[in-house]
Design a protein around this ligand. Structure first.
Ligand code: FPP
Ligand code: MG
Length: 295
C-alpha cells in the first residue's frame, strides 16, 4: 500500500499547485478498498500501484462532488472540503483529481482504460439516480439495487476486472467478484448508517433517511408494515430527524428484522463473490474484513 501512497503523492506533486497539495493532504485516505483489490489481483505487475492510485483519485473526486451534492459536513471522520473551504473549491479539487487520473489512465492498455472510464460514466449515472430517487419514498427493491450497482459497485467491479486484465487473469470472474463485493459493501454501509453511532461513522447516524434515501432496511420495513404504519413511516421521510419517530422506526425494524434481512442479502452477495474468486485467499480475506465491519 506504501507504493500506492507514493504514486498518489507523485501525481499530486505533478499537478504543481500548493493549494491542491494542501487540500489533498487534508483528506482522510479512507479504507483504500479499491487500491487493495488491485494490488492483490495484480500482485506482480509493475503498473499495479499506479492503476490503484488512479482509481483512488477517481474515488476521491467522486466523494468530493458527492459531499457537495449531499451538503455533507464530514467525510471519513474529518470535516469535508466543502465545509472547510467551500463548495466551489471542493468541485474544482474534484475536477483536478479526476482529470489527472484520466491523464494517467490513457497510457494504459486500451481495454484497461476503457473498463475504468466506462465505470465512471456508470457511477455518475448512479449518483444522479440516487439524488432523483430521494425526492420521493422509493419502495422498489430492484430499482434500489440497480442504483447501488451503478453508484458503488461499478468502480469496484472495474478495478477488479482491470487488475485481472493487467495480470492476465480471468477478467469475467474477477469482474463478477468485484460487482458482488461492491453491492455487499454498500448494503453493509446502508446498515451501518442505522446501527452504528456518529463517532464510528464519522458522519451523523441515521442520516440516509433524513436525506430521503430509502435503503434496504427501510424498503423491507415498508413492505412489512400495515397501511396506517406505512403512513407514519412516510411522514418522517426526507425530514430532519425527530427523536421519538427515529426510535419508533428502529423498534419496528427490530420487530420485522429488516436489518437482519438486509444483512442476509449482503452475506449472499458476499458468498457469490467468494465463489467467483475461486476461494482465492487474498480475495476471501478482503470479503471477510468488509462484511465483519458491521458487527
Ligand atoms: C457516495 O454515496 C457516492 C458515490 C459512491 C459516488 C458519487 C459519484 C459522483 C458524485 C459522480 C461524479 C464522479 C466523478 C469522478 C467526479 P453516498 O452519498 O450514498 O455515501 P456517503 O454516505 O459515503 O456519502
Ligand atoms: Mg453522500
Amino acid at each position: 500500500m506504501q507504493r500506492v501512497e507514493a504514486e498518489l503523492n507523485r501525481l499530486i506533486e505533478e499537478i504543481d499547485y500548493d493549494e491542491v497539495t494542501r487540500l489533498f493532504a487534508s483528506l482522510n485516505g479512507g479504507k483504500r478498498l479499491r487500491a487493495k483489490l488491485i494490488l492483490k489481483i495484480a500482485k506482480d505487475v509493475k503498473e499495479a500501484p499506479l492503476l490503484a492510485a488512479i482509481v483512488e483519485l477517481i474515488h476521491a473526486a467522486s466523494l468530493l462532488h458527492d459531499d457537495v451534492i449531499d451538503d455533507a459536513d464530514a467525510r471519513r471522520g474529518v470535516a469535508s472540503v466543502n465545509a472547510t473551504d467551500g463548495s466551489k473549491t471542493a468541485v474544482m479539487l474534484g475536477d483536478i483529481l479526476y482529470s489527472k487520473a484520466f491523464t494517467e489512465l490513457v497510457n494504459f492498455d486500451k481495454e484497461v482504460a476503457q473498463t475504468i472510464a466506462a465505470s465512471v460514466t456508470a457511477l455518475s449515472k448512479g449518483e444522479m439516480m440516487d439524488v432523483k430517487m430521494a425526492e420521493e419514498f422509493n419502495f422498489d427493491e430492484a430499482l434500489y439495487l440497480d442504483m447501488l450497482y451503478l453508484k458503488t459497485a461499478t468502480l469496484i467491479e472495474a478495478a477488479a476486472k482491470a487488475a485481472a486484465l493487467l495480470a492476465g487473469k480471468d477478467a469475467q470472474a474477477h469482474a463478477l467478484y468485484g460487482r458482488n463485493l461492491g453491492l455487499s459493501f454498500q448494503i453493509i454501509d446502508d446498515i451501518l448508517d442505522i446501527t452504528a453511532d456518529e463517532a464510528t461513522l464519522g458522519k451523523p447516524a441515521m442520516n440516509d433517511f433524513v436525506e430521503g434515501k430509502c435503503t434496504l432496511p427501510y424498503i423491507y420495513l415498508y413492505e412489512a408494515l400495515q397501511e396506517d404504519e406505512r403512513e407514519r413511516l412516510l411522514a418522517s421521510h426526507a425530514k430532519k430527524a425527530d427523536a421519538s419517530e427515529t426510535e419508533w422506526i428502529k423498534s419496528q425494524m427490530d420487530v420485522y428484522k429488516t436489518i437482519e434481512k438486509s444483512f442476509a442479502l449482503a452475506a449472499k452477495l458476499s458468498n457469490e463473490a467468494k465463489e467467483a474468486s475461486r476461494e482465492d485467499e487474498d480475495l476471501v480475506n478482503i470479503l471477510e474484513t468488509m462484511i465483519k465491519r458491521s458487527y
